[in-house]
Design a protein around this ligand. Structure first.
Ligand code: GLA
Length: 724
């Protein structure tokens, strides 16, 4: 059970697994003392000795060096020389903020964050620190929550201007975590289009290291996440702290190694090109950041995140629920289709047992390629003369659900919408607007644009009867300006855009509770905890190549569970890499997420169509285990030729194991893979081979897996405990 203990100025948040401890310093600066395994109590004087006045004697408040003191929400400019969490400019031009504790409260429940996604607070203990800068009247509410059921702490910061004059906030991060030593590696996820979320690990050294985005989205290139791992920590062992931001826009995730052998981790909205005018009486809410602690390696951290998102973040009506096996038309026919062609694809999919047919891009305006029509959400009668209604009916008549693609945040310069509302896009008047994929971004900070998007999506869903919507977003910001914001608020646009987007997502998901929304952004370009508050799954990558997907899904799984990762079997040669991989390996890899197909089933060989029928049945039978089991990563594609993982049922009675070998070699050796997460005292039957082994043997000695002699060979085994 989560609880909050307070004694002699020490504030201790703890649950069965972890403790988070802070204390009030003389003078009121809130100090950070500890985040790690559960403690009975902690005596501040022990740790605070490290914060004593430096040998050089400087920057001290009441015998305590601000430059050494581990702090909860530091600011720059009054003695702490490290990067701070907060900067605000007063009317006199000065930017220093001196926050002192003025109140400690334990609200009965975790407060929601106005306008922003955040973890839900059932089953947690909440704490609020009130800090105040006397000079400007700026107050900060630091909200904390510790959960009963996860080794995690959530934090957020709300700024309130109680002074008489307006302030300009130029940095308002969500999290500062001051760790007493710098003996850590920093793990981040980064990549590119079709190569998202590759794992990078580097030692923390003195200075700054981290990742950031100012693209207007969390992005394909970097993820709003970082982990600090002890240098000897690996998948299964060692101490790891993960931090993730529940936000989908510009961010920084950064660690500073200090001169005093300490490490400061910072996470929040990117302060580059950010400024927020805070009028007297106004408030600014920074997004939520969550910290997860693991003493069971990187794998333990991942399972902590997965449980946290499943129990507290993902849309409730989808967690633990079956996801329909879908077939998406994109790689099957791109823009080249008409009603009969789609119905033929759907009919072939239905025969294989597929449950949902999704029509991707190309159905509206005059969209024969990506140069036109975004914003003109009326059906293209050349392709679909019977409208969305008739297509939806014909698909449903085959026993399938119908789903549809939209890219609601975008506008093509070649569109009626642009001709009618040239000021609705993000742009700088007088400058040429730079297009990407021939499109511009709608200014989602505007209420009229938000209303238009809600209307367009609602009409499309109603007209088509769709029960699934793929919400795409395919370019990042440039020419960053809004026609409606005054000059002094132009740098608020990226965050106001996110507030507008979240408001639209909330309105639509409230209005269509039974529609399954899947996020997409040129693949996984906005795959983050902010979006996952509204959409239970996200298209993991435009790269559907099985070997590339091993890397992408493996990296993604550091933070997000299988249920959130859209993963499909596509045709070969693969459209992104040109690689030919066996059908069973494409299937085995796609089984690692919310499963579907991305091909034209009419073009499959009879053998592949037959295989598809068996695959769909298997996907359905194993859905709970694959999507909601506990994930143990076993072999990393970043370290060698093998990728392996196992997903284990909560009662350890069943598991599903996947192994992929990228390259074959002559005179091969069958891989021996040690499994994890099983019950060592039970025996397990491998359903596909009929062999029975002890859990202890499988975990300690390993499972020998003979593979076919080809590149991208794989095995997919289901294990069932046999009760004797
Ligand atoms: C993006 C998506 C794809 C597909 C296309 C359609 O690239 O990531 O899955 O929907 O747009 O244009």
């Amino acid at each position: 059970m989560a609880e909050i203990l307070r004694e002699n100025g020490v504030i201790h948040l703890r649950n069965d697994a972890i403790s988070y401890v802070m204390c009030e310093m003389p003078g009121g600066v809130p100090a950070h003392l500890y985040f790690g395994p559960r403690l009975e109590r902690l005596d501040p004087k022990n740790l605070l000795r490290r914060a004593g006045v430096a040998a050089d004697g400087s920057y001290s408040v009441q015998e305590c060096s601000l430059d050494r003191l581990p702090q909860e929400y530091p600011s720059f400019g009054l003695g702490d020389m490290r990067e701070g969490a907060l900067t605000a400019q007063a009317p006199d031009g000065n930017c220093a903020v001196d926050l002192r504790l003025v109140g400690v409260e334990t609200p009965g429940e975790k407060p929601a964050l106005e306008g922003l996604p955040a973890t839900r607070g059932e089953g947690c203990a909440a704490l609020r620190l009130r800090l105040r800068d006397e000079h400007t009247g700026l107050e900060v509410e630091l909200n904390y929550a510790i959960y009963d059921d996860c080794p995690a702490v959530a934090r957020s910061a709300k700024l309130i201007n109680t002074g008489a004059a307006a302030l300009t906030v130029t940095r308002a991060l969500s999290l500062c975590l001051d760790l007493p030593d710098d003996g850590w590696d920093l793990i981040t996820l980064s990549g590119s289009w079709a190569r998202e979320r590759a794992i990078h690990r580097r030692p923390v050294t003195q200075g700054h290291q981290g990742v950031s985005s100012r693209r207007g989205a969390s992005s394909l290139q970097v993820s709003p996440f970082m982990a600090l791992a002890r240098p000897d920590a690996n998948e299964a062992r060692g101490e790891v702290i993960g931090a993730a931001l529940v936000y989908s826009g510009n961010f920084i995730a950064e660690v500073e190694g200090t001169q005093y052998e300490a490490a400061r981790a910072l996470l929040g909205i990117n302060d580059r090109d950010f400024a927020w005018r805070l009028e007297s009486g106004a408030a600014f809410q920074a997004p939520e950041a969550v910290l997860v602690y693991s003493d069971r390696g990187i794998g333990g951290m991942s399972r902590g995140f997965h449980r946290l998102w499943e129990n507290h973040l993902l849309p409730r009506r989808w967690v633990g629920k079956a996801r329909p096996v879908l077939l998406n038309s994109w790689e099957g026919c791109y823009f080249d289709f008409d009603e009969d062609k789609l119905v033929a694809m759907a009919a072939a999919a239905a025969k294989a047992g597929v449950e949902l047919f999704v029509m991707d891009d190309g159905w509206f305006g005059h969209r024969d390629d990506d140069t036109t029509s975004l914003g003109d959400w009326g059906v293209d009668a050349r392709k679909l003369p019977g409208g969305l209604g008739r297509l939806g009916e014909r698909v449903r008549a085959l026993g399938l659900q119908f789903g549809i693609w939209m890219e609601p945040e975008m506008i093509s310069p070649e569109s009626d919408l642009f001709r009618a509302h040239p000021d609705w896009c993000i742009h700088i008047p007088g400058r040429e607007s730079i297009t990407a994929r021939h499109q511009l971004t709608l200014d989602m900070s505007r209420q009229d644009v938000q209303d238009f998007v809600v209307e367009a999506v609602s009409t499309t869903l109603k007209d088509s009867g769709a029960t699934y919507l793929k919400w795409d977003m395919n370019r990042n910001f440039s020419n960053i300006g809004s026609a409606l914001l005054p000059p002094e608020r132009q740098q608020e646009l990226p965050h106001r855009y996110m507030l507008g987007l979240y408001s639209v997502m909330q309105r639509l998901t409230d209005a269509f509770p039974d529609v399954l929304f899947e996020g997409c952004s040129s693949g996984g370009g906005r795959f983050d905890a902010g979006m996952l508050y509204y959409v239970p799954q996200f298209w993991c990558s435009d790269d559907t190549d099985a070997l590339m997907r091993c890397r992408i899904q493996y990296g993604t799984s550091l933070v997000f569970p299988a249920s959130t990762m859209g993963s499909h079997v596509s045709a070969v040669p693969n459209h992104q890499t040109g690689r030919v991989t066996p059908m069973e390996t494409r299937f085995a890899v796609a089984m690692g997420g919310s499963f579907g197909y991305e091909l034209d089933p009419c073009k499959l060989s009879d053998a592949d169509r037959e295989a598809m029928r068996a695959q769909v049945a298997f996907a359905g039978r194993t859905q709970d285990l694959r999507l909601y089991g506990s994930l143990y990563r076993l072999c990393s594609p970043y370290e060698g030729n093998l990728t392996a993982w196992i997903s284990v049922a909560p009662d350890k009675g069943e598991a599903i194991f996947t192994l992929v070998r990228a390259m074959s070699q002559p005179n091969p050796v069958a891989p021996l893979v040690r499994l994890d997460g099983l019950d060592p005292a039970r025996r397990y039957r491998i359903v596909e081979t009929g062999e029975v082994y002890g859990g202890d043997e499988l975990m300690r000695s390993g499972l020998c897996c003979p593979l076919g002699q080809c590149d991208a060979a794989s095995v997919l085994y289901t294990l069932k405990a046999v009760d004797e």
